[in-house]
Design a protein around this ligand. Structure first.
Ligand SMILES: Nc1ncnc2c1ncn2[C@@H]1O[C@H](COP(=O)(O)OP(=O)(O)O)[C@@H](O)[C@H]1O
Ligand SMILES: [Mg+2]
Length: 1076
């Protein structure tokens, strides 16, 4: 359930001054003080918020507070600036009404802080999103920049705004901020050149010098030391609680966020530096022939540096400080300036330079923050303008400022009254005329176009002839004499002639907020705000990027002899525009009050507050508000709040709220003249009536509270009793059950005990019996076992030792053998492997060698078992070769490792031998290239040698033509030497068919294979005899006719590898074989 609260709850004093009873200045101040002492710095006058400066940070601006006040009714919670901001924002967003927030109060009263609070509240509650946040950030960050350039420490405020500021924040239909426009009013530029004691120049000068890097300062030709600059007051250069260096960083950062380019920031700083330099330029008199003094620049160094910063030709500026061109009737004349005039010119330049820079900054910020979208937007304006100023010494500035406040008061009165009136009409209530002081007459005294003070000042300024402040005062004295708010010593009105509080050179105005004495000195000059044309032209010529924009009147092409508008005129115009603007908007007022002059917390100076309350016209304000009906409230909330006062409306009223309120008020017998029924609100004339209602409500609430308490207590006790009763039954039931259970358990356990005793006793008896029997049996067994043991031991004792030795021996031998056999396991299965473990024991020698042999035979058998038929044949051939040649011919060992290939010519495949191959009738067993030895010279000629099962063939190596084919049965024997040569002779059987050709003496590299194959064919053929193989170093060969002896000798030194055959004589061929 939502708790309905009201401003009237938990009030300290009264939260709304309209309800103050009795209403007078004293009670007003006592109420303010009472609230201020309880940290309640905000108080309402209807919808106006009075804000007391607490001079310390209070925990009332937290995000939680923002949430608390968000979307709440204005009078629902205790007074707060957030309530006002929320009201303004919601009525802007939901009712499409442009708003303005007018913040007034004297310097240091907290106007600027209040404006920031309003802006931050609106920023916190309005829409979110990247684009929107950027806009918000830029709007908020414009503050630090303007504060650095437009604020200064004054006696009244360490961060006093020295310019008026009006900022329009623009929103779209959803209430998201789009951008803003800032207008500035009258910067107090005299501060640039001179500051009152204890005050400072604008913050930026100190911030630049303390915060800029050494590098920047060097570029700007500046020195960190404040004391080097004439324009900076030294007595309060450092202010407690102000960190200029940190502020400088904040300002630079803010400028960046707002959108200043780096180059622009640099230009701005250059101008600030130039102002400082300008202040250091000094002049000395130089006598002229005509007796007048002419001013000259004393030390040209500062002038030079300044000219460098701004890009001005030094001589031009120097001249502008010594001469002045006067133009009259198209004629130009040059007059000299004396030292005082030169200083005046210098200061005028500095002031203009700075104030124009400030205006440029505002324009530049506006460029950045202006709303992009062209759609229609709603506007919330925040006005933070200097408050009413009454000093000891009031001059032109105070006059202007107070005029502005006069205008604001005017609009305040108009708008409050108008609003009041509008509400009465809206609510259909009869309008009662309200008496109040209208300050329009004072506004008229100042701004009237014919005889207003400003108009006369302008007239004086523009008038030819000698014009002084005194002539201006004279004029005032004659023209305003009759005005009841104007006072002067020389007035026609004789009552002031003796008024000593009114000096001769002053006039006094009775402002709505009090009398202010203005010293007339300087009015004319300040209104003129003259800058010699030579200076503006010099500035226009500068190469610095900003100067041309700041001094457009210096453009020689646009020489304008007309005077520029005066300061007063300009101000009046801009205030006029502002007022028009404000009148179109729904106003919301924040009136700031300063509790003390010491800028400290907790002190409330009555006289000071009283003064402010008076000149802000606050009591007046309450009176106006109360003149008709002091208090008004929608019917719903009124009924909700007071319904308990009448039985008919309590606790619920069913029907329209208005009827409910009527019933209620009649029932309470409130006099009928005390209230009026509007359309949606009830209007109560007197606060007293409201307080009576409140008092009755309080009493009634007490009764109600008692009633509620009574019923609640009764209900609580009864429920408690019922609960106790119910619990008692439960407890009793549980207890009974528990007791019975206990009793049963006891009986049960007693029975068990008895049972167990009896059973135990019986069991023990049986056990005893059984134990006895068992022991008897055991005794018998033991005795028998012992007896048997003795018998057996007696019998076997004699065998025991004799058998042990053999068993140990057997066992040992067995172990040794086992180990030995396991040791043999590592031997490989290759027949070539000759290794065999060494014998471990002498006694195993025989077995060891036998085992080796048996194992070898076995593995050879295994090896042979793997052979295929072909491989077997190959080995058989090899075996045969071994039988024939082993140990008989020296060539043999080298042939062992060469496999017998048979067909070395690849006769089947080689196309060269195709014909030869086809001539062969049987399978060729061997085909090789051999040398046929010529008997005549012992040289060999190559032949193809082919062997089949039935014959051998010699063929030409080149042509493959068969030279000789000899059937094997015709072959008688084969002769070879014992040596390592390849010669062999094939001897034919005498008388056979082939014998006519004679024997063949051949040599071959595969001699062993050829002979073996020949021999093998002989062995396998059944129809033939064995072929004889003679192995000797000398044998005969039958060549056709002759027998020739072939003799083999061991050759001497080797010449090549092969054996050489030489014919020795007709009957002898000698073959020399190289010794191996
Ligand atoms: N609501 C506030 N809470 C805390 N301090 C405040 C508040 N309002 C003002 N102050 C203090 O008072 C000083 C002056 O306020 P400022 O707004 O600058 O005055 P004004 O603009 O009216 O001259 C601030 O610097 C701040 O220290
Ligand atoms: Mg301020």
């Amino acid at each position: 359930m939502e708790v309905k609260t009201s401003l009237l709850d938990n009030m300290i004093g009264v939260g709304d001054m309209v309800l103050l009873e009795p209403l007078n200045e004293d009670s007003f101040i006592v109420n303010l003080r009472n609230r201020f002492d309880h940290n309640e710095i905000y108080t309402y006058i209807g919808s106006v918020v009075i804000s007391m400066n607490p001079y310390r940070s209070l925990p009332i601006y937290t995000p939680q507070k923002v949430e608390e006040y968000r979307n709440r009714n204005f009078y629902e919670l205790s007074p707060h600036i957030y309530a006002l901001a929320d009201e303004a924002y919601r009525s802007l967003r939901d009712q499409d009404k442009d708003q303005c927030i007018l913040i007034t109060g004297e310097s240091g009263a907290g106007k600027t802080e209040a404006s920031k609070l309003v802006m931050s509240y609106v920023a916190a509650v309005c829409g979110k999103g990247q684009e929107v946040n950027k806009v918000k950030e830029q709007l908020l960050q414009s503050n630090p920049v303007l504060e650095a350039f437009g604020n200064a420490k004054t006696m009244r405020n360490d961060n006093s705004s020295r310019f008026g500021k009006y900022m329009d924040i623009e929103f779209d239909f959803k209430g998201d901020p789009l951008g803003g426009v800032i207008s500035n009013y009258l910067l107090e530029k005299s501060r640039v050149c001179k500051q009152p004691r204890g005050e400072r120049n604008f913050h930026i000068f100190y911030q630049l010098l303390s915060g800029a890097s050494d590098d920047t300062l060097m570029k700007l030709k500046l020195d960190r030391d404040f004391s080097k600059y004439n324009y900076l007051s030294l007595d309060s250069a450092n202010v407690n609680g102000l960190d200029d260096a940190a502020s400088f960083r904040t300002v630079r950062n803010a400028m960046q966020i707002v959108g200043f380019m780096e180059a622009e920031v640099q230009s701005v700083l250059e101008l600030v530096a130039a102002v400082l330099k300008l202040g250091n330029i000094e002049f000395k008199p130089e006598s002229r022939v005509n007796g007048f003094d002419e001013s000259r620049v004393k030390d040209k160094n500062d002038l030079k540096e300044m000219c460098e910063l701004l890009g001005i030709e030094q001589s031009v500026l120097e001249r502008a400080f010594s001469y002045r061109t006067v133009e009259a009737k198209m004629e130009k004349m040059s007059t000299t300036l004396n030292v005082a005039q030169a200083y005046y010119a210098r200061d005028a330049l500095a002031k203009n330079l700075y104030s124009r820079l400030f205006s440029w900054l505002v324009t530049r910020i506006n460029e950045s923050i202006k709303a992009q979208a062209k759609t229609r937007h709603k506007v919330m304006g925040v006005l933070d303008i200097y408050g009413f100023e009454i000093f000891e010494d009031n001059s032109f500035e105070q006059f202007i400022i107070n005029y502005c406040n006069e205008k604001l008061q005017q609009i305040f009165i108009e708008l409050t009254l108008r609003e009041e009136q509008e509400e009465y009409i809206r609510e259909d209530i009869e309008w009662t005329n309200i008496e109040y002081f209208n300050n329009a007459i004072i506004c008229d005294l100042i701004e009237n176009n014919q005889n207003g003070i400003l108009a006369m000042l302008d007239e004086e300024c523009l008038r030819p002839g000698t014009v002084t402040d005194d002539t201006f005062l004279d004029k005032l004295n004659t023209i305003c004499a009759e005005h009841q708010h104007f006072e002067s010593r020389l007035n026609k009105n004789s009552k002031f002639l003796t008024d000593h509080s009114l000096p001769h050179s002053c006039f006094r105005i009775q402002h709505y907020a009090g009398k202010v004495l203005y010293r007339v000195e300087g009015f004319v000059d300040k209104n003129n705000d003259l800058l010699y044309r030579d200076l503006s032209q010099a500035m226009y010529k500068a190469t610095h990027s900003l100067m041309r924009q700041l001094f457009p009147e210096g453009n020689p092409a646009k020489v304008n002899l007309k005077r520029p508008p005066t300061a007063g005129f300009q101000f009046k115009a801009s205030v006029g525009v502002l007022m028009k603007n404000l009148q179109t908007k729904n106003p919301n007022y924040i009136r700031c009050i300063k509790p003390n002059d010491k800028k400290v917390a907790h002190i409330f100076t009555d006289s000071l507050v009283c003064h402010q309350v008076r000149y802000l016209g606050l009591v007046e304000n309450v009176r106006v508000r109360r003149a008709g009906y002091a208090f008004r409230q929608p019917y719903e909330s009124c009924l909700e709040r007071y319904k308990m006062l009448c039985k008919k409306t309590w606790p619920h009223w069913r029907g329209p709220a208005r009827d409910g309120v009527e019933v209620l008020l009649t029932d309470c017998s409130v006099p009928t003249e005390e209230f009026a029924y509007g359309r949606s609100k009830i209007f109560i004339r007197n606060p007293r009536t409201l307080f009576t209602l409140e008092e009755r409500r309080r009493a009634c609430l007490e009764d109600l509270a008692t009633l509620i308490q009574k019923i609640y207590r009764g209900w609580k006790s009864r429920t408690h009793f019922l609960l106790l009763k119910k619990s008692q039954v439960v407890v009793a039931a549980w207890y009974r059950r528990y007791a019975q259970q206990n009793k049963y358990q006891k009986i049960k356990s007693a029975t068990l005990v008895m049972q167990s005793f009896v059973r135990g006793w019986k069991a023990r008896n049986i056990l005893r019996q059984l134990k006895y029997e068992k022991r008897c049996k055991e005794a018998v067994t033991t005795i028998a076992a012992y007896w048997h043991g003795t018998q057996v031991r007696r019998e076997y004792r004699k065998f025991f030792r004799a058998n042990a030795g053999k068993k140990i021996y057997d066992f040992t031998i067995q172990r040794i053998m086992q180990k030995y056999f396991l040791g043999l396991k590592t031997t490989t299965m290759s027949p070539m492997d000759n290794t065999w473990p060494a014998k471990p024991y002498g006694f195993l020698e025989g077995a060891h060698t036998q085992l080796r042999r048996i194992f070898h035979l076995w593995r050879c058998k295994k090896y042979r078992g793997q052979f295929t038929e072909e491989k077997k044949a190959v080995y058989e051939e090899k075996l045969e070769a071994s039988e024939i040649f082993k140990d008989k011919k020296a060539l043999y060992p080298s042939s062992v490792s060469q496999p017998f290939k048979g067909d070395y010519l690849e006769i089947q495949k080689n196309p060269k031998y195709q014909k030869l191959n086809s001539a062969m009738e049987e399978k060729v067993l061997l085909a090789d290239l051999v040398n046929k030895i010529n008997r005549a010279n012992g040289k060999g000629s190559p032949r193809l040698f082919l062997l089949t099962k039935s014959n051998f063939v010699l063929a030409d190596q080149k042509t493959g033509q068969v030279k000789a084919s000899v059937p094997l049965p015709d072959l008688a024997s084969v002769s070879v030497s014992t040596q390592s040569d390849g010669f062999f002779a094939l001897k034919l059987k005498e008388g056979s068919a082939s014998a006519s050709k004679g024997d063949f003496l051949l040599s071959s590299e595969h001699l062993i294979e050829i002979i073996t194959k020949l021999h093998r064919i002989g062995t396998t053929a059944a129809d033939r005899d064995q072929i004889n193989i003679d192995i000797s170093d000398e044998f005969l060969v039958q060549f056709k006719q002759d027998k020739v002896c072939v003799k083999f000798i061991q050759g001497g030194p080797k010449n090549g590898n092969s054996a050489a055959c030489k014919r020795k004589n007709n009957r002898l061929l000698e073959v020399s074989v190289p010794s191996p």
